[in-house]
Ligand binder design. Structure first.
Ligand code: KE4
Length: 430
């Protein structure tokens, strides 16, 4: 009988931390079972409290694009730590990181560094409202932009009506200006702008939605978001916390060829340390304190250790051929999984871009949240736990994306496909 330290650790954790975790998805609530308490990670692998090894397709939900413990990143962080943890004063390294980000995101002329994607999205939202003097915002069902109150909202009843809170503690008046539309629904988009266009501060979207597993905005839909924002004087905000530097060196905006007004970044730019950012044209960004009237601040914003980690990461991913190699590896995984599923008669569809991928237990790729959430939970959970038991760690929720790193080997990909094929043989039929 192998030792099981995860269970007592989970019991101990639940005694002192709500749900035993510091972020809900980690609790395995969607898939059941006991979360694995990770002791260490290296390259494409994580080891749990029982020293069991997993091929890691979470990558800290996106940041670990190089794999865990990349030597150049470790060296940069070790050096930074010896120079000081935090100063609460400007540093040259923040300038270097800002310049590096601007060089890779042409839609940005200025950028502000913060400590989490939530903080970046919340600040971008406040900036959009401050810069336009308008209150209303549009978001889409299935897109997640962190847990700021105004963004914890689900669709209201009926077309283009204002949203209702998805969380206790968010008063209805806080979300009364948030319109929640169906992703990829052109009719609702047109109606929302026809009814409210003059009052819309911004439209915030994940142009490749990783919080619905992996759903792309159609080219027509993304183009129409851009056109309608321009036409009505609203700001188009791309939340690229997940897709930024993950789907390609220039993010989803590079893949789609669309220039947003504001971009929200996180995850990869911190390389695993708490670092996120938002940015856009100078005329908008200079509305921010201390220059302009839109307040935004943070004790650890631009933290010198986090910026060292982010800079070292960006340096590695900017090297020629990085994304070509990563994309090939990711596609080898998704096509291999698809072939295994088809061979076993399991309905399965896949998509990927750069180092981000998704799969669905449907023949066709879903285009919106409702379809994604119609997935048979029992089948997904059987796949999740079957893979976990075979040393493959995918996202513990069917609405989450997967991530491949530069450290994943061909052998890792082959082992993953082989494990999935074994499970497809016995996956409960509908
Ligand atoms: P954080 O506050 O978690 O750093 O970022 C919020 C956020 C904003 N925008 C997008 C597109 C995001 O995907 C996220 C966070 N993503 C989740 C994964 N779906 C983080 C995992 C978690 O919540 O523990």
């Amino acid at each position: 009988m192998t030792s099981d330290r995860n269970t007592p650790l989970f019991d101990r954790a639940r005694a002192v931390i709500p749900g035993g975790v510091n972020s809900p998805v980690r609790a395995f609530k969607a898939v059941g079972g006991t979360p694995r308490f990770i002791q260490r990670a290296q390259g494409a692998y994580m080891w749990d409290a029982d020293d069991r090894r997993y091929i890691d397709y979470i990558g800290s939900w996106g940041p670990m694009i190089l794999g865990h413990g990349h030597p150049a990143v470790v060296e940069a962080v070790q050096k930074a730590v010896l120079e000081g943890f935090s100063f609460g004063a400007p540093t040259e390294r923040e300038i270097e990181l800002a310049e590096a980000i601007l060089a890779l995101v042409p839609s940005m002329e200025m950028v502000r560094l913060v400590s989490s994607g939530t903080e970046a999205a919340m600040s971008a939202l406040r900036l959009a409202r401050g810069a336009t003097g308008r209150k209303h915002i549009i978001k889409f069902e299935g897109c997640y932009h962190g847990h700021a109150d105004a963004l914890l909202v689900k669709a209201g009843s009926g077309l283009a009506t204002f949203g209702n809170p998805t969380s206790a503690g968010v008063p209805p008046e806080v979300v009364q200006h948030t319109l929640v539309l169906e992703y990829n629904n052109l009719e609702q988009l047109e109606e929302a702008f026809a009814l409210h266009g003059a009052d819309i501060a911004c439209l915030m979207i994940e142009a490749i939605a990783g919080n619905m597993n992996f759903v792309r905005a159609s080219a027509a839909f993304a183009r129409r978001c851009r056109e309608l924002c321009t036409q009505h004087g609203a700001l188009l905000v791309f939340d690229e916390v997940m897709t930024g530097f993950r789907v390609g060196l220039h993010g989803a905006q590079g893949v789609l060829g669309i220039t947003p007004d504001l971009t929200v970044l996180g995850k990869v730019i911190g390389g695993g340390m708490p670092l996120a950012a938002f940015g856009g044209p100078r005329k908008i960004m200079e509305q921010l304190a201390p220059l302009g009237p839109v307040y935004q601040a943070g004790t650890l914003s631009g933290n010198p250790v986090a910026t060292a980690c982010g800079l070292a990461t960006l340096k590695e991913i900017s090297k020629p051929g990085f994304y070509e190699a990563l994309s090939l590896k990711t596609r080898a995984l998704t096509e291999g999984l698809k072939a295994a599923a088809v061979a076993e008669g399991v309905p399965f569809s896949v998509d990927s871009e750069g180092g981000m991928f998704g799969f669905f237990l449907f023949d066709d790729l879903p285009q919106n949240y409702a379809t994604v959430m119609s997935t048979d939970n029992a089948r997904f959970n059987a796949l999740f736990h079957g893979l976990l038991d075979r040393g493959v760690y995918i996202a513990p929720a069917l609405y989450e994306a997967g991530f491949v790193s530069a450290a994943h080997s061909e052998e890792d990909i082959a082992a993953t496909i082989a494990a999935a094929r074994e499970i497809f043989k016995t996956l409960p039929t509908l």
